[in-house]
Write a protein that binds this ligand. Structure first.
Ligand code: ADP
Length: 333
């Protein structure tokens, strides 16, 4: 099942594209990643070579695709987009790689979902700008080396740990994107409102920022919902409009969505608050383990509702309070 906040219609994609910052300077927050990327890009420019391969790790909606575009812009290079699921055979990758122009940025989204054979071809391509192409079949098959133009891979993954070590080692630099603080989200929203020519007050912006799961994509989408609400009800885009709109879309006071709450609820009511493994939680709520591990859990940990322990995940007292349950005094007496 697709998370409601993550479903992508053409309109949503166009909307996202319109709000994408175009340069590192416009990219909000993540100061460490920005400094690291800036250094890497400057060094490459000074030496007149293509930048090192870059791996971007972090939950969806934190700006990985945006950064890939920025890398291309800052390097003055064209960008080609593909994704792990689209590379199910080595041949798929070979045709992409052999058509790259010198210096091109190859963005591979969900790079951890690439087929094994494509992955092996990518190691060699990233290291030596070379691939081996199999010609012929059976006993007469031979491999023919093919030289490639120098290029930069920008890989995106929800968790760097999902990548096999040999692939991870081919990246000169791995950036770990963190959830955004409320201040940064307010900046993202203010910028988006200006681009959308939406007159919205500061309290409404703060209200949306506080409920965006630390995620710019969600912030921008909620802003759009508030705009819809104000339009339909012919009211100003103020705090009240924000509250109403957020209630309509099932976003709670901490920004938790339905899946976040389902996971917490199961943890508390079915597993007595834990400890329990993430996979068991995922199966119980009927969601893919990867989604729970890379999207739900990191956020719930970050806001202090779940704690990681050696034996599994446990619900914190704050989680009980948030869902309106009483925290059991397990060790009393
Ligand atoms: P990811 O590839 O990590 O899923 P995207 O790069 O597609 O995320 O970002 C999703 C949306 O959030 C885009 O519309 C982008 O404009 C916005 N966004 C993400 N990060 C930032 C940022 N640091 N500053 C401003 N907008 C951002």
């Amino acid at each position: 099942p697709v998370r409601p906040a993550e479903s992508e219609s053409a309109a949503e994609l166009a909307f996202e594209g319109a709000l994408r910052p175009g340069t590192l300077a416009e990219f909000v927050g993540q100061p460490k990643v920005r400094t690291q990327l800036e250094l890497l890009l400057r060094a490459a420019a000074l030496q007149n070579r293509t930048p090192d391969h870059i791996l971007l790790a972090g939950p969806p909606g934190l700006g990985k695709t945006t950064l890939a575009y920025i890398v291309a812009t800052e390097a003055g290079a064209p960008i080609r987009l593909t994704s792990g699921p689209a590379l199910q055979h080595a041949g798929d990758l070979a045709s992409v790689l052999s058509s790259l122009v010198p210096g091109e940025v190859l963005f591979i989204d969900e790079i951890h979902r690439m087929a094994r054979t494509a992955e092996e071809m990518l190691y060699l391509a990233m290291e030596d700008y070379r691939i081996d192409i199999m010609v012929g079949k059976g006993a007469g098959a031979t491999s023919v080396p093919l030289e490639l133009a120098p290029f930069t891979v920008v890989g995106a993954t929800t968790r760097a740990g999902l990548l096999p070590t040999p692939l991870r080692d081919r990246f000169g630099f791995t950036a770990h994107l963190e959830f955004y603080g409320t201040d940064d989200l307010e900046t993202v929203l203010t910028r988006a409102a200006t681009l959308l020519e939406l007159d919205i007050d500061a309290i409404a912006i703060a209200e949306i920022a506080g409920r965006s799961r630390g995620t710019p994509r969600i912030a921008n989408r909620l802003l759009r919902r508030v705009r819809d609400y104000a339009l339909v009800h012919d009211t100003p885009a103020d705090e009240e409009a924000a509250r109403h709109a957020l209630r309509v879309y099932d976003v709670d006071s901490l920004g938790l969505d339905r899946l976040d709450r389902a996971v917490l609820d199961v943890l508390i009511t079915r597993f007595s608050g834990g400890p329990v493994g993430v996979r068991t939680l995922a199966v119980t709520v009927g969601e893919e383990a990867e989604t729970v591990e890379s999207v739900v859990e990191p956020f719930l940990v970050r806001v202090g509702l779940i704690a990681r322990t050696q034996r599994g995940r446990v619900a914190t007292p704050a989680a009980y309070a948030h869902l309106g349950h009483e925290f059991p005094q397990r060790h009393a007496g």
